[in-house]
Write a protein that binds this ligand. Sequence first.
Ligand code: MSP
Length: 526
Amino acid sequence: MLPFAPVTTSKRYITTPIYYVNDRPHIGHVYTTTICDVWARFQRLAGHDVFFLTGTDEHGQKVEQSAEARGVTPQALADENSAEFRRIMGMFNLTNDEFIRTTDPRHEQQVQSVVKRLMDSGDVYLGTFEGWYDAGQEEYYTENKAREVEYRSPISGKPLERATEENYYFKLSAYEDRLKSMFDQNPDLVRPDARRNEVLGRLREGLMDVPISRTNFKWGIGVPDAPEHVIYVWIDALLNYITALGLADKDSDWYAERQEYWPASIQVLGKEILWFHAVIWPAILMALELPLPSCIYAHSFWISEGQKMSKSLGNFIDLEQLQNYTDTYGSDALRYFLSTQGPLGATDSDFSKSQFHETYTTDLVNTLGNCASRTSAMIGKYCDGLCPTDTGECAGGGVEWVEFTTSQVETSMAAMDQFDLAGSINAAMAIVRRVDAFINDTEPFKLAKDPAASATVGNILYRCAEAIRIAACLLEATMPQKIQELRDAWHLGEATGDLRTECHWGRLEAGTAIDKVALFPRVDVS
Ligand code: MSP
C-alpha cells in the first residue's frame, strides 16, 4: 500500500479541474475556482506556502470538431478559448499560482514520458476493446451503467454507440484490491461521504481496464512510438496535476521549484467527474509510485432559479450574468454568496436572484456592514475617532470576549481545513452577530449621555471594534477587497501571515484612528 499522506508540512497544494475549451465559461467554472481561491487565500493568511493550480483541458475530438466547423485550427480555437478562461481569473479576483494548458509543450512532453513509463512497467498495453461509447463525453460505460442509463448519454440524451477499437489500455483491473484498501484505510480521502459511498458501490461491480488512446482523430498527444494513437483526453488532463509540478521531468524548472507541493492537500471537482478522480487517478498514481492526495472533494451542482442547468437547455448562468451581479453587489458579495450558499456537500444549491439579494442584505449590509459602521460611528462621536482604551470594567453584555473569540477562531480555522467554507465563515459571522447583540444590550449610545460613564463606553466600543477586527481577519480570504477597505479605514496594517496570532484578543491598539466605514451599500432591487 502506498503511503497515504496527511498534510504535515506547511506546504499546501490545491487544484481545480482543468476546464474544457469547447465550453464557454459559466457559473460552474467560476464556482469551483472561487471556492478553491477562498481556501488558498485562507491558507496563505494562516502562514502556509500554497500552490493553487487551475487551467484548461484543450485536446480531444470535440475541440477538433468545433475547430473544423469554424474553419480554424484546433490550436487557434484552444488559444482563443483558453484566454477566455484565463480572463475569469482577473474578473473574479482569483489568485491561482499557475494556469496550466494541456497544449503547453512542457505538459505534453511529460505526459508522453509518463505513458512511456507505464508502457515499460506493463501498466499500459495494446489490446482490443468493445464497449458502449458516449461520443459527446468521449467516455465508455460498463454494461451495467449503460443499461442503467437506457443506452443513452445522460448528458446529451443521444444513443450510446457500440464501438470496437484497438487501443492502448491502462490496467485498472490490477489495482482493484489496492483501491479498495485505499478506501478502507482513508475514509476521508474522498468526500463528502455520500459521494464516497457511490464510488464504493460502483467499485464493487468490478473494474475493467480502460482504453487510454484513440485513433479516430488527431488532436491530442501522440502515444510514444505509436503516433497514430493519441492519448485519451482524460489521461492527458488528469496528469496536469503532476505535470504542473514538473514531476515527470526532473530536469525542469517546474520540478525544481514545485515538486515539494505534491501530494495535493485537496483536489476539488464537481460530482460528475468524480469517478475519474477517485478511481482512475489514484490508480495511475499508484502505478507511478506517487503518494495519493490527502483529499478529493466532489461538490454538487448549482441549479438556476429552481431549474437544472444544462447545455441542451442553454440556461447556464454565464459570465455576463455573473458580471451583472458583481457590478451591482461587488465581487466580494459574489464570493460570499458562492462560499456560503454553494453546493459543498451532497446537495445541489439554487442560484436565485432573490436568494442572492437576501443573503447580501441580511449578512453583509445588515450584519457585517452595519456593525462596522455603527462601531466606527460611535468611536467617532464618543472617542474622537480614536480606538478607546480597554480598562476592564464593562457593565452588561456578559460576554467573555477573549474566550468566545478564541473558540470562534479555532472553529473557523478547523472548518476551513476541512473545506467547510460555510462553517468557517459562519464562525466569523457569529462574532459579528454577537457584537450587534452586545451593542443592543449595553446601549453605549445611551450611556454616552452621562459623562461619568465615558470609561465604560470606551470599554464597550473597544470590545466591539476588536471583535470585528478578529472576524474581519477570518473573513479576509472570502472578501479580500472589503476587508482591505476595513483595514485601511481602521489602520489595521496588512495581514501578517500568521492568522492565529493576528486573531489574538487585544492586538488592536488604543489610539488607533478608527475612521468611518460603509462597506456594503444597500442595493435597491427595483
Ligand atoms: N475537462 C474536464 C475536467 C478535467 S480535470 C482533470 C471537465 N471540464 S469542464 O469544463 O466540464 O468543467 C467542469 C467543472 O465545472 C467541474 O468542476 C464541474 O463540477 C463544474 N460545473 C459544471 N457545471 C456545474 C454546475 N451546474 N454547478 C457547479 N459546478 C458545475 O470536466
